[in-house]
Design a protein around this ligand. Structure first.
Ligand SMILES: [Mg+2]
Ligand SMILES: [Zn+2]
Length: 458
């Protein structure tokens, strides 16, 4: 009797201390993986988006915040600061390599990617990006070249890799000049993919109508629009691309791995364009939630997210000359009136200058409408830039972009330390079976190795 009581007591204690269901799940193997890479999105990028949403949109936290559980070390072989090619190769192949290499070692040996391994094991695979699909990040999951600039060759390889989804921007390296592209061999790889059995979508409506994989959906010639500039009627958001991809992958029924890149957070970081950076981070957060909702209803899908590196050296609370010495005036709400990226405005300005329609009244009106800048406040610098535009348009363009950066960043006390990348760690977010493998501070190659381990791929 005494023994029985002890036995029951042990059982009772064991059940009280047993592992909670979500922890057990986190330690299991996923059937499928949704892997997000937020290019150039550092810790301060997430803070900026969170604090902006809290103050302006009455939303206390990012969707991502629930799932943060570690950070990634990003250095490259031969460089403490990585580029997207080297870091994406670490994720796709589990190896360190030089900046610029795409799924190849420093000595130019190709390394099998996780998507190639998954194809061999019968998975469906896909690449989705708001950047050109031939750009470094998606390229490292779908091709092997020694230099990231070999985008024409990257495109050729992409259509032969048995990918079920090729989605994003970048018709440019798929097509020849007759079709608006820059290939020099006369080929149209989109037509070739279609002839080989791919379904095709060229805009948002066609994406929604596409009902089967494989699917090639390249929406723009170069990168897709920044979220702040996007035409919602024609170009899908990252969340819409994510949702449609997951719907089609689910219908196809096989286990899958899809790499989804928020590819332009990086570009806004390079441009030191704070509002554009902010809105692309928010667009990523919305896409993340789409994946989480999918994974919650499916129960067998790992959702993993990290960045390849930080871009811009973004800081929140910068000292600004002439605006008081202290950085405590940080105020993300100052970004609210901004309605355009620098890139979009500069493009329109250049087009109007060419057409002779860039008159001063239009310019002043646009500066106010798009960036909340009173031209009279920057009249001296603007005059000097306009004078230079006649002799050195590139330098004038660069100076205009610096002026826009200062005029939009300073009021928010948002600072930038570089036009390039930095070496700070970037956060890891994870949910679902296998997520327990992605905690703590991990090297980017460990992420790649653990990804294939949780999928049991060799
Ligand atoms: Mg990228
Ligand atoms: Zn970059």
């Amino acid at each position: 009797m005494k023994r029985l009581v002890v036995f029951v007591l042990v059982l009772f204690v064991a059940s009280c201390t047993s592992i909670p269901a979500e922890v057990r799940t986190a330690q299991q193997r996923p059937q499928s993986v949704i892997f997000f890479i937020s290019d150039g999105c550092g810790p301060a990028s997430f803070s900026l988006a969170r604090e902006y949403q809290r103050e302006v949109m009455n939303k206390p936290k990012l969707n991502l915040d629930t799932f943060e559980q570690g950070s990634t070390i990003t250095f490259a072989e031969g460089s403490r600061v990585t580029d997207s090619a080297s870091s994406a190769t670490a994720y796709a192949c589990g190896v360190k390599t030089l900046n610029g290499r795409i799924a190849m070692t420093a000595d130019q040996r190709p390394v099998e990617t996780i998507l190639e391994k998954a194809e061999r094991a019968g998975f469906n695979t896909g690449i989705v990006s708001t950047a050109r699909i031939t750009h470094a990040t998606p390229a490292a999951f779908s091709s092997h070249v020694p230099l990231r600039s070999m985008e024409a060759q990257i495109a050729e390889q992409q259509i032969t890799k048995d990918l079920e989804i090729i989605m994003g921007g970048g018709r440019q390296f798929y097509t020849s000049p007759a079709d608006g592209g820059s290939r020099t061999d006369g080929r149209n790889l989109i037509d070739e993919a279609e002839a080989a059995g791919f379904n095709r979508a060229d805009d948002l409506n066609e994406l929604m109508a596409a009902d089967q994989l494989p699917l090639i959906a390249l929406f723009t010639n170069s990168h897709m629009a920044y979220e702040i500039d996007r035409d919602e009627a024609s170009e899908p958001s990252l969340a819409e691309m994510t949702r449609r991809s997951l719907e089609l992958l689910k219908e196809a029924g096989e286990p899958f791995i899809v790499m989804i890149e928020a590819g332009r957070i990086d570009h806004a970081g390079h441009a030191n364009d704070p509002a554009t950076h902010l809105w692309d981070v928010i667009a990523y957060d919305e896409a993340w939630q789409v994946a989480i909702d999918f994974a919650r209803s499916e129960g067998n899908t790992l959702v993993l997210g990290t960045s390849d590196h930080e871009t811009g050296g973004l800081t929140l609370g910068a000292e600004v000359d002439g605006m008081g010495g202290s950085g405590y005036g940080y105020d993300p709400t100052q970004l609210t009136p901004i309605t355009s990226s620098f890139e979009h405005f500069s493009g329109e300005l250049a087009a109007r200058m060419q057409a002779g329609t860039a008159d001063p009244a239009w310019f002043a009106d646009q500066m106010k409408q798009a960036f909340n800048i009173d031209v009279m406040d920057v009249a001296e610098e603007m005059g000097s830039i306009i004078a230079q535009a006649d002799t050195n348009q590139a330098m004038a363009g660069w100076r205009l972009s610096r002026l826009l950066s200062k005029s939009t960043s300073d009021p928010a006390r948002v600072g930038w330390s570089t036009g390039g990348h930095t070496a700070v760690n970037v956060p890891i977010f994870a949910y679902g079976p296998g997520s327990a493998q992605f905690t703590g501070t991990l090297d980017n190659t460990e992420i790649g190795i653990r990804l294939r381990e949780v999928l049991d791929l060799d």
